[in-house]
Ligand binder design. Sequence first.
Ligand SMILES: Nc1ncnc2c1ncn2[C@@H]1O[C@H](COP(=O)(O)OP(=O)(O)OP(=O)(O)O)[C@@H](O)[C@H]1O
Ligand SMILES: [Mg+2]
Length: 229
Amino acid sequence: MRGLRSGYAGGVVLGGVDLDLDEGGTVALLGRNGVGKTTLISTVMGLVRPYGGSVLLDGRELAGARVDVIARAGVGVVPQGRRVFAPLTVDEHLTIASRSPARGPWTRTRVLDLLPRLGERLGHRGDQLSGGEQQMLAIARALLGNPRLLLLDEPSDGLAPAIVSQVGEVIREVSAQGMSVVLVEQNLGLALSVAESVAVMRKGVIVHRSAAAELASRPGDLRRLLGVD
Ligand SMILES: Nc1ncnc2c1ncn2[C@@H]1O[C@H](COP(=O)(O)OP(=O)(O)OP(=O)(O)O)[C@@H](O)[C@H]1O
Ligand SMILES: [Mg+2]
């Protein structure tokens, strides 16, 4: 992303975001409530129209493209709040997500191997799932699109610590299989344990970029960067 600017109804939220990610890399995007993390994800996905700037995936310009074009170009999302469909079963979610499969390793079988709990819940409706199961379903749905770049927006939100570490395991596994990952998180423990690098956002711009290990050893600096102190 280069100089990416966007917002709502003419108002500016992203004031020019520069962010790079190597193929297969995982970056944690940190920042307080309301700084523009979800707006960044939505802009990359094509759900919010950029005012300017660039989003390049393998040299291909995606800024301003339609959401379906961006999805087919290889960008997948696990949205904030999961957005699981209440009346549809797990099985139906997976069937819909598999309908126009991109070539890639993530088949239904493979996804159910990674997330065995979903296999035990195939007949359950979205609104009959626990928060953790809904999160796993949102991840499964995104993986079935075989994205090259996966954007996860606060996947740990509202989950018990044991489930948060399971979500962390899943993201690590997906990343180890070669997918590039942007992980938006407020849970610093999860973010720093999963990501190799960290970007900190404040008021719609990236104010810090470093290796995750570097910030993990300096919690005071991290709090200052986030603007918590
Ligand atoms: N659909 C929308 N219409 C108008 N303004 C919006 C919309 N969505 C978000 N905003 C505003 O844009 C700013 C950034 O919001 P955004 O949701 O991107 O923040 P965030 O960093 O994801 O916060 P959180 O950590 O709470 O999820 C906020 O001021 C918010 O009120
Ligand atoms: Mg958000």
